[in-house]
Design a protein around this ligand. Structure first.
Ligand code: GAP
Length: 457
C-alpha cells in the first residue's frame, strides 16, 4: 500500500478517471455537492447492491422500502428537526465568514455539549473566542452565536409565495420508515422482531461542507430500523453491531485495520446507546461512516402523538400491545464510497514498473472484465473478441478495449479496478483459448473460451 496516499491524490484521481465530479463545475462548482461519473455510478450502484443483498435479500426478517422524499411538514416537527436540528453558528464581523462554533471550540480543546441552550453556548463562546481565528481573515471579531437549522426547505405547494407551512427535503432517511411502520405491519404481517431497510436521499444545509464526499449537502443514507419488544434491545443491538462490521470487512473488502468503533459520549436525549463505525480516511484520519443507534420508543411514540394514529404493535398470539423500540443503522453512501475508494487505491511495482491500481472487491469493480483483441486491425481477432464480449457481457459488466498496446490497456484497467482482462490472440484462433490476466498479481493463464464464464464467476 502506498504510504503517502493523500486525500488530494484520491480527489484528483476520482475526477480524472470519471468517478466523482464537483457539482455544477462549469458554473464554478457548488460547495458540498458532487456528481458521480461513469465509473463512479457503477461503483456506487455495486455498493448499494451489496448492501441491499446483505441487508434485505439475505435476511428473512427484513423488509425493503423506498419512501417518497416529500413528506408532510408535521413529520419534521414530530421528529424534532424543525425545533432542534441545528448547528450553532457565529459570523466574523469583519469579513462575514460563518463559523461552526462547536467545531471551532473543539479545535481549542473546549467541548460544547449538544444539549446546551443558545445562551449557554454563547457564554462558552465568549469565554474562549479570543483563541479562535476566522478561517478567512484571521480575526477574532465574532457575532453572537445563533442556531442555524439544517433542514432544506422547498416551495412545494407554496402558491402564496409566503413560505407558510413549508415542505422540507428529508433531513434523514429513517423518517420514511417510521411513517410506513403501520403499512408494513398491516400488509406484510411481520412477527416482531423485524427490520425495515431503505436507501434514500438526505439534504442538510451544512454550513461548512468539507472533506470531499465526507460532509456534503446532498447525500444518500442506507438505513435500517429494527423493531424489537420493549427491553429486548440489548442482544439484538450487539448482533447488529457485529453484522455491520462484518459487511465492511467481508463484503466491501475494507482492511479492518482501517476501521474502528467509537461510542458516543453525549447521547441525544432519546437515545439509549450509540456507536459509530469509523474509517481511517487518508489525510483526515478516523471519522464516522455509519452510526448504530439504540433509539428506544421515541420515534414511534412521537409519530403516534403527532399524527393521532396508534403505532403500537399487537402480538397476534399473545394479544400483547406495545410500542416497539427501535435499533437503527444509518450509513452515508458517500462516506462508504470514499472509504472503499481510499482503501482500494494503491501504487505498487509490477514487472519492475510503478503502477496505480484499485484493489476493489470483484463485485464492486465498475468493470468486471475487459476484453482485448491483441491487434485492432486484424478482423479475425476483432471478430473473435466481439464474440467473447457479447457472450460474457450478458453475465457481467464487460468493457471492450482495443486502443494502445496490450500492456497499456492492462494498466488502464488496473487503475479503474477491473479484476480481470481477457486477451484474444492468434493462438485463440487455433485452439479457442485466451489469456486471462489477474489485476492484483499480474499473473496470466490460458483458459478455454467455453470455461470463461464459470472461471470468472
Ligand atoms: N437517522 C440518524 C442519522 O441521520 P446521522 O449521524 O446524522 O444520523 C447518519 O447520519 C450517517 O449519515 C452518518 O454516519 C454519515 O455517514 C451520513 N451523513 C450525515 N451527515 C452527512 C453529510 N453532511 N454528508 C455526508 N454524509 C453524511
Amino acid at each position: 500500500m502506498s504510504k503517502d496516499k493523500t486525500m488530494d491524490e484520491i480527489i484528483s484521481f476520482a475526477k480524472s478517471k470519471g468517478f466523482v465530479f464537483q457539482g455544477s463545475e462549469i458554473y464554478g462548482g457548488m460547495a458540498g455537492v458532487y456528481d458521480y461519473g461513469p465509473r463512479g455510478v457503477e461503483l456506487l450502484n455495486n455498493i448499494k447492491s451489496s448492501w441491499w443483498r446483505a441487508t434485505v435479500q439475505l435476511k428473512p426478517d427484513y423488509y425493503g422500502l423506498d419512501s417518497a422524499m416529500f413528506k408532510d411538514p408535521r413529520v419534521w416537527e414530530a421528529s424534532g428537526h424543525t425545533g432542534s436540528f441545528s448547528d450553532p453558528m457565529a459570523e466574523c464581523k469583519d469579513c462575514n465568514t460563518r463559523l461552526r462554533v462547536d467545531k471551532a471550540l473543539e479545535k481549542v480543546d473546549v467541548e460544547a455539549d449538544e444539549k446546551m441552550s443558545e445562551e449557554e453556548i454563547n457564554k462558552l463562546f465568549s469565554e474562549h473566542k479570543s483563541k479562535i481565528k476566522c478561517t478567512k481573515c484571521g480575526g477574532s471579531n465574532f457575532s453572537e452565536v445563533k442556531a442555524f437549522n439544517l433542514l432544506v426547505q422547498s416551495n412545494l405547494g407554496d402558491f402564496t409565495g409566503k413560505g407558510d407551512n413549508p415542505v422540507y427535503l428529508p433531513g434523514e432517511a429513517c423518517q420514511g420508515i417510521y411513517l410506513n411502520f403501520k403499512n408494513i405491519v398491516d400488509s406484510m404481517h411481520p412477527k416482531i422482531p423485524f427490520g425495515v431497510a431503505q436507501i434514500n436521499k438526505a439534504f442538510r444545509n451544512e454550513i461548512s461542507p468539507r472533506n470531499f464526499l465526507f460532509r456534503t449537502r446532498e447525500f444518500e443514507q442506507a438505513d435500517t430500523q429494527y423493531f424489537v419488544r420493549p427491553n429486548e434491545n440489548k442482544d439484538a443491538y450487539e448482533r447488529i453491531k457485529h453484522e455491520r462490521w462484518d459487511w465492511y470487512v467481508n463484503d466491501l473488502g475494507i482492511n479492518p485495520e482501517n476501521l474502528r468503533w467509537s461510542q458516543h459520549g453525549n447521547l441525544v436525549f432519546y437515545a439509549q446507546d450509540a456507536w459509530d463505525i469509523e474509517y481511517n480516511y487518508p489525510t483526515y484520519g478516523f471519522d464516522e461512516v455509519e452510526g448504530v443507534h439504540d433509539r428506544g420508543d421515541y420515534d414511534l411514540t412521537q409519530h403516534s402523538k403527532c399524527s393521532g394514529v396508534d403505532l403500537s404493535y399487537v402480538d397476534q398470539e399473545s394479544k400483547e400491545k406495545f410500542v416497539p423500540w427501535v435499533l437503527e443503522t444509518s450509513a452515508g453512501l458517500g462516506r462508504i464510497f470514499l472509504a472503499v475508494l481510499s482503501d482500494a487505491y494503491d501504487i505498487d511495482m509490477l514487472d519492475g514498473k510503478e503502477r496505480r491500481v484499485l484493489r476493489l472487491a470483484k463485485d464492486l469493480a465498475p468493470v468486471r472484465v475487459a476484453i482485448l483483441p491483441l491487434l485492432k486491425n486484424k478482423p479475425e481477432l476483432v471478430e473473435k473478441a466481439k464474440e467473447v464480449f457479447n457472450t460474457l457481457n450478458k453475465l457481467m459488466v464487460c468493457e471492450y478495449a482495443d486502443t494502445g498496446t496490450v500492456g497499456k490497456r492492462y494498466r488502464k484497467q488496473d487503475e479503474i479496478g477491473t479484476p480481470n482482462c481477457i486477451t484474444i490472440d492468434f493462438d485463440t484462433l487455433e485452439d479457442n483459448t485466451v489469456t486471462l490476466r489477474d489485476r492484483d498479481t499480474g499473473e496470466q493463464n490460458r483458459v478455454r473460451v467455453e470455461e470463461l464464464a464459470s472461471v470468472l464467476a
